[in-house]
Design a protein around this ligand. Structure first.
Ligand code: HEM
Ligand SMILES: *[C@@H]1O[C@H](CO)[C@@H](O)[C@H](O)[C@H]1NC(C)=O
Length: 574
């Protein structure tokens, strides 16, 4: 008992000091975790009172919607500002969200030293494709890797190799739908899976070569053509469901891995999740299958290379060109070529992912927009009929070369408008490499800039911005000549908006769906050809009739891309 007195006297101040220090430390730590806004840029006040920032709001949104792009854009709308900040990176820095076409274009095209790397794609690829060039800043490695692909968007490759390949794949798609049209007897059916499979077959074919009659689509045609009938619902407004032919394991792996990116894109800690995902058995098993398949294709290409003895005329697909670039590059660097390198596998896989998902998603939008607008669809069909008179009189499909090389203002306008309205790639991202100024606001180095390619000026009326707030790079540029869309009908699907004085004009008004600049979309030219071939063959062959309302919703899902949840058709012969 004697000890209690002095002990108490001694311990009280000590414990106060200790607990006080702990409390202060905890408080400071808490304060440190709280979002720290960048001065002068609008944000959600509520968000700065919680260490979780805007994440609860984001998660609440994701409970009722599968899209995320609209949640980001809401911030610009709420604050009526082309520049806002959100706190969606757990314990991380604020992200700056920009919704203004002209500012976005300036950042990605002309201020490239200040802004690098498409961060969101980079985060997504970091998990399952970390050696891909999108994960790297614009350094020598990045340039070397991009150079591996340099032949693939050259006219020779596109026209001699890609176009015939794509034509054959999309003809298969149309043949398969002809069988489905016969079996569905006027009922709607979903074409989403068909489009993604054909999209993958098309890019797979361009990258690794023709798989002959062994494609999933051909197998499906084979099965369907032998069927006299299928189970159909009694109401002509109810959809028919077709059994799907199983995709080969490598295809399945690419599709599953692409789907897995949705979780990374919607995570408050994308990199950590991406990294962890490599070790999830459900993911790693697909990574293994994919690696093996890509590696086998490289081995086949090495064999062809030996046989062709460097004759570039004998190269029939992308992988051959990429191996040749590695050979040339290795020679320059005085080292032995490494065809089976991680980098080569990553670039090839990157082409498969980036090439199939984006184009397929845009094609899904195409089908929906054209079915929903019968007037545009008829006009497009009659345009095509007069565009390819030989095909019409010979009662055949327009050929690959006819489609790829016959110019058409209205077809171009339809494709451009589908891309603009679909919003397949809803956001572009970059990180600041230094302290920068955007629209008059100082933004620190290392800040993620999220740019809404579906926002101000493109699909939303632009915010009023004083030119004085823009960088001189914009003020001096000739892209100021790009027109503005009429704000009244900016959200309407209307291909005519691209026609100026009777001709298609790519600068009639804004869209920036492929990004731009040194980190812009690599596959843009191929994408246009794909869309052209697919849309022509579909509209040539079928009338896309009205789809019952329950299947015709416009709700979107954000995965790697921003696509429609439902994509149904009801077909008749054109
Ligand atoms: C309609 C179809 C497509 C759309 C809307 C699209 C859109 C985009 C966008 C927005 C980016 C990021 C650009 C930026 O941040 O500035 C991108 C990057 C990329 N895209 Fe596409 N893309 C499409 C088709 C394709 C195709 C067919 C390929 C492959 C052949 C492809 C390969 C790539 C690659 C490799 C990148 C990374 C950029 C780089 O090389 O650094 N894309 N794409
Ligand atoms: C304008 O952009 C250029 C090029 O990126 C940059 O060097 C310059 O610092 C920018 N000016 C301002 C005021 O931000």
């Amino acid at each position: 008992m004697d000890f209690i007195g002095p002990h108490r006297v001694l311990s009280t101040p000590t414990s106060i000091v200790i607990s006080g220090t702990l409390f202060l430390a905890a408080f400071l730590f808490y304060r440190w975790l709280l979002p720290k806004p960048i001065a002068g840029i609008f944000y959600n006040e509520e968000a700065t009172k919680s260490i979780f920032g805007d994440i609860p709001s984001m998660l609440a949104h994701l409970k009722q919607s599968q899209a995320l792009v609209d949640w980001l854009l809401q911030h610009n709308t709420r604050h009526q500002s082309p520049i806002v900040q959100v706190f969606a990176d757990l314990f991380g820095k604020p992200m700056v969200v920009i919704s203004d076409y002209r500012e976005i274009q300036d950042i990605v095209m002309r201020r490239t030293k200040e802004f690098d790397k498409p961060d969101m794609i980079s985060d997504m690829f970091y998990g399952i494709n970390e050696d891909h060039h999108t994960v790297k800043v614009s350094n020598d490695e990045f340039r070397y890797q991009r150079k591996l692909m340099q032949d693939l968007m050259a006219p020779q490759f596109l026209h001699n190799i890609a176009v015939p390949q794509l034509h054959s794949n999309f003809k298969d798609l149309v043949d398969m739908w002809s069988e489905k049209m016969r079996l569905s007897e006027g009922r709607p059916f979903s074409v989403k899976h068909d489009i993604y499979i054909t999209g993958l077959e098309a890019i797979w074919g361009a990258v690794f070569g023709n798989q002959g009659s062994e494609t999933v689509t051909r197998k499906q045609i084979d099965v369907l053509s032998r069927q006299k009938n299928v189970q159909i619902p009694s109401s002509t407004d109810d959809a028919v469901e077709f059994a799907e032919v199983a995709a080969p394991p490598a295809f399945d792996a690419v599709l599953k891995l692409t789907d897995s990116l949705e979780h990374v894109g919607k995570s408050p800690f994308p990199r950590t999740l991406g990294f962890a995902m490599r070790y999830f058995p459900s993911i790693s098993k697909h990574v293994k299958v994919k690696d093996r398949a890509v590696s086998e294709e490289i081995a086949k290409a090495e064999k062809r290379m030996a046989e062709n003895k460097g004759d570039t005329n004998k190269m029939t697909n992308a992988v051959d060109h990429m191996l040749r670039r590695e050979q040339i590059g290795a020679e320059k660097q005085h080292r032995a070529p490494d065809y089976q390198s991680k980098v080569m596998v990553a670039e090839l896989f990157g082409l498969l992912i980036a090439g199939h998902d984006t184009t397929s998603t845009t094609l899904c939008w195409a089908v929906k927009f054209l079915a929903a607008d019968q007037a545009v669809q008829s006009k497009l069909r009659s345009t095509l009929q007069s565009l390819y008179p030989a095909a019409r009189s010979e009662n055949r499909f327009p050929s690959a070369q006819e489609i790829a090389t016959t110019p058409s203002n209205y077809l171009d306008a339809c494709i451009e408008e589908i891309i603009r309205c679909g919003g397949t790639a809803g956001v572009l991202t970059r990180t600041t490499t230094t302290d920068v100024i955007i629209l008059g606001h100082a933004i620190p180095k290392g800040t993620r800039i999220v740019m809404m390619s579906h926002g101000g000026g493109v699909m939303e009326p632009p915010f009023k911005i004083d030119d004085k707030l823009r960088n001189e790079t914009y003020l001096k540029s000739d892209s100021r000549r790009t027109g503005d869309w009429d704000t009244e009908n900016i959200q309407e699907f209307n291909p005519e908006r691209w026609i100026v004085n009777g001709e298609f004009d790519a600068s009639a008004g804004p869209h920036i769906m492929f990004g731009a600049g040194p980190r812009g979309c690599f596959g843009r030219k191929l994408a246009y050809l794909e869309l052209r071939l697919a849309i022509v063959l579909i509209i040539w062959t079928f009338e896309l009739q009205d789809v019952p309302e329950k299947y015709a919703g416009w709700e979107a899902i954000d995965q790697l891309t921003h696509g429609p949840i439902d994509c149904y058709v009801r077909l008749a012969k054109a």
